[in-house]
Design a protein around this ligand. Structure first.
Ligand code: PGA
Length: 252
């Protein structure tokens, strides 16, 4: 047993207008009101953050954004800073999601800068890593994770990373219905924890929460959560519906 509080996080991606987001969040707040010993987060689109923050205030549900830019302000059309997210009510921010890496030019270096901006603003970074299908087939899973974790966290001190959350999301399992087996996930999580241990020491390695993401559903979450190094889930599709997401939150 460890004393890490599980975190169940919902990544709504580019779904839901503000009224739709408010409706789902209101439903969720009611459905999870009686939960304990689990942290809950939802990440709506930027335009829905403020209205959703009003719905989740003083509830069991935390608020996250799906990305940020590392500069504080300036001529960066279309970008949004950490302080702006805080002022919209966020406590968390997802960084380096594979869709950002795949479609929007995110690299290990830009991930590293975004994590810095999040930490400076006291946002909890949910730092995503994971191999593609071809990398797994070529037996490169561990080397890919090694590179992503080391470069993403290069230049940090352990005492800066106290709130860090890492999400292991094998790209081949995202939105495909193909979940990693719990053994595959456990093996990757254990490896990621060992990387944190060698870079930052055992205290941080024991404290860091490592979420699994990739086709998590109400009917597979419990078996994943039984594994010793799986501390929660980053959920896409199944987080869009309050009822199904609440069943994931109540995995026990
Ligand atoms: P999925 O997405 O649950 O729809 O596979 C997970 C994610 O991309 O965070």
């Amino acid at each position: 047993m460890n004393d890490r509080t599980p975190l169940i996080a919902g990544n709504w991606k580019m779904h839901k207008t503000s009224p739709e987001a408010v409706e789902t969040a209101s439903e969720l707040v009611k459905l999870v009101a009686d939960t304990t010993d689990v942290d809950i987060m939802i990440a709506p689109v930027f335009t829905a953050l403020k209205p959703v923050s009003e719905v989740v205030r003083n509830s069991r549900v935390g608020l996250g954004a799906q990305n940020l830019y590392w500069e504080k302000e300036g001529a960066f059309t279309g970008e949004i800073s950490a302080d702006m997210l805080v002022s919209a009510g966020c406590q968390y921010v997802i960084i380096g999601h594979s869709e950002r890496r795949q479609f929007f030019g995110e690299t290990d270096q830009t991930v590293n800068k975004r994590i810095r901006a999040a930490i400076d603003a006291k946002l909890i970074p949910v730092f995503c890593v994971g191999e593609s299908e071809s990398e797994r087939d070529a037996d490169q899973t561990f080397s890919v994770l090694d590179k992503q974790v080391k470069k993403g966290l290069e230049g940090y001190r352990a005492d800066e990373l106290g709130t860090l959350v890492i999400a292991y999301e094998p790209v081949w399992a995202i939105g495909t219905g193909k979940t990693a087996t719990r053994e595959q996930a456990q093996e990757a999580h254990q490896f990621i924890r060992s990387l944190v241990d060698s870079a930052f020491g055992t205290d941080l390695a024991n404290a860091v929460r490592i979420l699994y993401g990739g086709s998590v559903k109400p009917d597979n979450v419990a078996q994943l959560m039984q594994m010793p190094d799986i501390d929660g889930a980053l959920v896409g599709g199944a987080s869009l519906n309050a009822e199904s997401f609440s069943r994931i939150v109540k995995f026990k």
